[in-house]
Design a protein around this ligand. Structure first.
Ligand SMILES: [Zn+2]
Ligand SMILES: [Zn+2]
Length: 129
């Protein structure tokens, strides 16, 4: 399939694989073709040995890291490649998202620790003895 055909199908919500069925909402393929592709990908993956899987994972990681390094060096968002916000390592949206995620993580963590340690440990750090 040529790039033009691919785009045509994609734009019109037709499966780019078989060109006959409607694509699943938010996807470029119909359910049948997407299922087949996932199956063959899984088959290929499970045919690999443990070392080959490790190598494939390391390769993917290295690729991501290289991309991030390059974006960081260029002053672009390390996640999406848009210009960094205020000279930071990521764009405005990703900075917000990171901040939100960080807050969620901190909230969850302190909540969990408080819940666990409250009945057992008494903190007597700052009360003047
Ligand atoms: Zn299809
Ligand atoms: Zn971004």
């Amino acid at each position: 399939m040529s790039k033009a055909d691919y785009d045509f199908y994609k734009i019109h919500g037709i499966c780019v694989k078989c060109g006959r069925s409607d694509a699943e909402p938010g996807h470029v393929m119909c359910g049948v073709c997407a299922g087949k592709q996932a199956e063959s990908r899984l088959a290929k993956w499970s045919a690999l040995s443990a070392e080959e899987k490790d190598a494939a994972r390391a390769k993917g990681r290295e690729k991501r890291n290289a991309l991030r390094r390059k974006r960081r060096a260029d002053g672009l968002c390390i996640y999406c490649g848009k210009p960094g916000y205020n000279g930071g390592a990521c764009c405005y949206e990703h900075m917000l998202e990171n901040r939100r995620r960080q807050r969620e993580r901190t909230a969850k963590k302190s909540f969990g620790e408080a819940g666990r340690s409250m009945p057992i440990v008494q903190q007597t750090g700052t009360s003047g003895v």
